[in-house]
Design a binder for this molecule. Sequence first.
Ligand code: TXA
Ligand code: MG
Length: 339
Amino acid sequence: METKFFETADDEAINEVACILAGGGIAAIPTETVYGLAANAFDEKACANVFKAKGRPGDNPLIVHISDISQIYDIVTEFPEKAQILARKFWPGPLTMIMKKSDRIPLVTSGGLDTVAVRFPRHPVAHEIIKRAKVPLAAPSANLSGSPSPTTYMHCVNDLSGRVDAIINGGSSDVGVESTIISFAGEKPVLLRPGYVTLEQLREAIGEVELSRAVLEKLGEGEVALSPGMKYKHYAPKGAVSMVKGEPYADFVNGKYDEDGEVVALCFNEDVVKLKCRTVPYGSRFDDAEQAERLFDALRTLDEIGAKRVYARAPRTTGVGLAVYNRLIRACGFDIIEL
Ligand code: TXA
Ligand code: MG
């Protein structure tokens, strides 16, 4: 497939990408969380092509993106009260809500489920493209299945050149981790994936919100994940990665360095001066939003520098830190060292 590259998101480029999507094509577009690989959400064939381009398993559903709240009534059969409260508070923004799906959304899009994930992004380029395409856009993250989500145009170019109709540059994604996902499909609201909108903020807005066990733990063989994506291996660099919890982190990693010169530390900015080995810092220890923004690029950097043995510094599990922790334990394949 021939890919069109749009290096700036000017008016003309936005128009062209919107036309490609309206015509049944697929395109990588920027959002504030990560880049998405978009297709007309109502078009079965276009959505099937998204799965093919990513190498994504067919039972892992896509998120449907809107640019106007009125579009939601074409997508869901019910818009629960609490979901409306969250929509008013956090949309447009990095929050995805799962509700009962309407018949207009094909089963291909929803991975065979009778529910659908909906998000109203706030990135101006995403907003314009959805508006001009005149249809909601189904979009998973625009990476190849298994690699870290793309937060820059170049990440998309590296993963998807020749596999999609277009890629458009909208700068680097400032949130840096995928949207928070909350499900309204069951009795009680459940947080399925933590993100920039935090569990604490959700509870403050609507009261009780359960935390899905898959957020912090590895599910056992045969256990069913509420969010199908949680069961797949994610974000994993090629080298062996362990997460190190507790102190003294630098002493521990320096000890490993003496045994094996291949060691790389995926650490906080403040750790760099204390470490003997190569380092890939992913933000200040005091700033979990910065950690979120930089994590995926740092994971890709580990592969670029050929890191074989990586010790990753554990983030905190509150606020946006919960999102960082959730991605990092997957990158580590749940290999955790407690000091
Ligand atoms: O920030 C984001 O959410 C980005 C941008 C592009 O919007 N998108 C994204 O999509 O991260 P993706 O496909 O990489 O992750 C979507 C997650 C998957 O884990 C999937 O299983 C889950 O959402 N999901 C989608 N629809 C669902 C549904 N109906 N029920 C449960 N989980 C669902
Ligand atoms: Mg993804």
